[in-house]
Design a protein around this ligand. Structure first.
Ligand code: HEM
Length: 249
């Protein structure tokens, strides 16, 4: 396994050796620099999740409200395109950094710890379980994103309601049709659980990487992170359940 992580860490190592690359990139090649970047990208993605959940909650207000929201979003035109490129770049950077920091720390640590210990308390998962599951839950959320974009933006499975022209069509019907597909709904629900676990450790870990840490406040930061994580996960899950619970079919 260490060999795999060593290979995965090669791009970062090679990047560090490129001459004239500048101090910022060099700092980003260190594990501390990468942790800081990972925290910043992770917290930015949390901001996106809040905005995305807020927008999607319009589904509960009905067809006109949700389609009105989708229309407004798409009326931003090039501004939306720029935001989307920024969003995807942030996702890719966050994922790349996760692989790279894991690779670096595994390569630096020749042997596995004989016994893993953590002082972090777990929520739902005992012994700080969420922290041990960051890579696996991150990969589940990534798989979710791929399926989600293929369905919601590109509509590769041909769900009704979507249109070839961005911003056109009946977005409300489209989202409802996707979520009424049983296998998709189960997959979404499982992925929201993974998202909750990922964020429940991710938020407090990001605060720590950014130096937001004080013995007096750490407990509060932990509780706040866990609360935020499960509010986001529960909010999205409520949307997954919504077409099954509310709309007769
Ligand atoms: C049940 C919950 C969710 C619903 C109903 C939903 C709905 C949607 C819809 C309708 C779009 C297409 C927007 C458009 O037409 O431009 C979209 C895009 C997207 N969603 Fe979700 N979403 C959900 C959860 C999530 C979660 C949990 C994440 C992240 C982990 C996420 C990440 C994204 C991303 C990255 C895009 C593309 C953004 C863009 O290019 O505009 N979504 N979602």
């Amino acid at each position: 396994m260490n060999a795999v992580y060593k290979i995965l860490g090669l791009p970062a190592e090679l990047l560090c050796k490129v001459p004239g690359i500048g101090p910022i990139v060099k700092v980003c090649c260190t594990s501390v620099g990468q942790k800081i970047l990972m925290a910043l990208t992770g917290l930015s993605l949390c901001g996106f999740l809040v905005a995305h959940l807020g927008g999607n909650l319009n589904l509960f207000a009905g067809k006109d409200a949700f389609n009105g929201y989708a229309e407004k979003l798409h009326s931003l035109g090039p501004l939306l395109a720029v935001a989307e490129v920024g969003l995807f770049a942030t996702f890719l950077l966050h994922i790349g950094l996760a692989v790279s920091t894991t690779a670096m720390s595994r390569a630096a640590r020749k042997n596995e710890y004989e016994k893993k210990a953590t002082k972090q308390s777990g929520f739902i998962l005992p012994n700080g379980g969420a922290s041990n599951l960051m890579l696996v839950t991150g990969l589940i959320v990534f798989a979710y994103l791929v399926v989600h974009i293929l369905d919601m933006k590109l509509n590769v499975r041909g769900f009704p309601g979507a249109s070839e022209i961005p911003g056109e069509g009946d977005k409300f019907e489209h989202v409802r049709a996707v979520l009424l597909d049983f296998k998709t709904a189960v997959f979404y629900a499982v992925c929201m659980l993974a998202l909750g676990i990922h964020l429940s450790h991710g938020v407090r870990s990001a605060c720590q990487s950014l130096g937001i840490s004080h013995p007096r406040w750490n407990k509060l930061i932990s509780i706040g992170g866990v609360l935020f994580a499960w509010l986001i996960a529960a909010g999205f899950t409520s949307i997954v359940v919504w077409p099954w619970a509310v709309v007769p079919h």
